[in-house]
Write a protein that binds this ligand. Structure first.
Ligand SMILES: Nc1nc2c(ncn2[C@@H]2O[C@H](COP(=O)(O)OP(=O)(O)OP(=O)(O)O)[C@@H](O)[C@H]2O)c(=O)[nH]1
Ligand SMILES: [Mg+2]
Length: 317
């Protein structure tokens, strides 16, 4: 990552007061639940794992759900799933839009129920907390599991406010929670990845620079997809030039052929998030995934570490 990218990434943070409150609510409710379903984004299986959720759910049975697999590279999702399984985590890969993989998750939950029943005299249906970063599909997962539209969903972060219990036909109870982030991203890539995938409110971001960063990342591993989507025979290896090529191709110009960067940015970000550029996994299992985790441990605060310090419990923006 070049120094400009690093500076931009270090400035990304979103930890409004409601997330701090949600964290407290989750901690209070943990004693009521038998297990936690951690929903993560299959496009960013490292960055979408919230260390706070890790910390507060220690000692609880956990199920990791890789969601939005329709948007991710299928072979990468397979590798990530194997990697989580090999770490001893119960894992399912799902698409909460179509429902693919939800049956497999149900089998995991049924097995958990049986395990619990075999240990207790008074049997009662499982209670599960659904946790994860904003916009990852927690409420959509609940709706797929219950077969109803009981939980509100939406294509922006921060849709669920407050807690809500919903029941499955089997009697299992699911607790929907608002998405939470954490006060400081140690690795600037994490903030970027979360922003690319829509876990951070666009209103607080400079979307033009965010798009430029996304294009830089895509040029590395997915150059061909960019060329095809934007009908470019050749694409510059320079991020800004590539963004300008896209703008011209789409006709996002003001009078005098000046480029409408904002329109270009919103379009490319929307198309990436909707999977229109292709199925893309930003964190590849093996090398880069491992690198990211190792980097996190090895260099707690990068160049922009201090700048990235978030105000704990700052007012909602
Ligand atoms: N393509 C795709 N979109 C999905 C999938 N699951 C959820 N979505 C979409 O992602 C957006 C966010 O879904 P929600 O269920 O509201 O996410 P959430 O985690 O509850 O979000 P917050 O409550 O804001 O934290 C919605 O537009 C969903 O339709 C999926 O598997 N694939
Ligand atoms: Mg929600």
């Amino acid at each position: 990552m070049d120094s400009e990218s690093r500076r931009f990434a270090a400035g990304i943070n979103w930890y409004p007061g409601h997330m701090k409150k949600t964290r407290e609510m989750m901690q209070e409710n943990l004693k009521l639940v038998d297990a936690v379903i951690e929903v993560i984004d299959a496009r960013i299986p490292v960055s979408s794992r919230n260390p706070v959720i890790d910390e507060i759910t220690k000692g609880k049975t956990r199920v990791v759900v890789l969601n939005k697999i329709d948007l991710a590279d299928a072979s990468q999702t397979e590798l990530w799933k194997k990697s989580f399984l090999s770490q001893g985590m119960r894992t399912a890969a799902v698409n909460c839009s179509s429902g693919a993989g939800v049956k497999e998750l149900m089998q995991i939950l049924r097995a958990l129920q049986e395990e619990k029943d075999s240990r207790t005299i008074r049997k009662r249906p499982l209670r599960l907390m659904i946790a994860g970063v904003p916009n990852v599909g927690k409420s959509s997962l609940i709706n797929k599991l219950t077969g109803k539209k009981g939980a509100r969903t939406g294509d922006r972060p921060g849709v669920t406010k407050g807690k809500q219990w919903l029941a499955l036909v089997s009697g299992m109870q699911l607790l929907d929670t608002p998405g939470i982030l954490w006060p400081k991203f140690e690795d600037p890539n994490v903030g970027l990845n979360l922003a690319f995938c829509g876990a951070i409110r666009d209103e607080i971001l400079d979307v033009e620079t965010l798009c430029l960063e996304l294009i830089k990342v895509l040029l590395k591993d997915y150059e061909q997809l960019l060329k095809v989507r934007y009908k470019l025979e050749e694409i510059s290896s320079d991020g800004l030039e590539a963004m300008e090529q896209i703008a011209r191709r789409r006709g996002f110009l003001f009078s005098g052929n000046r480029i409408d960067y904002e329109r270009t940015a919103r379009t490319v970000l929307d198309e990436f998030r909707a999977g229109k550029i292709g199925r893309i996994t930003l964190e590849r299992c093996g090398d880069s995934g491992k690198d990211t985790a190792e980097q996190r441990a090895a260099e707690p605060a990068g160049e922009g570490g201090k700048a990235a310090e978030h105000e704990k419990g700052s007012e909602e923006r």
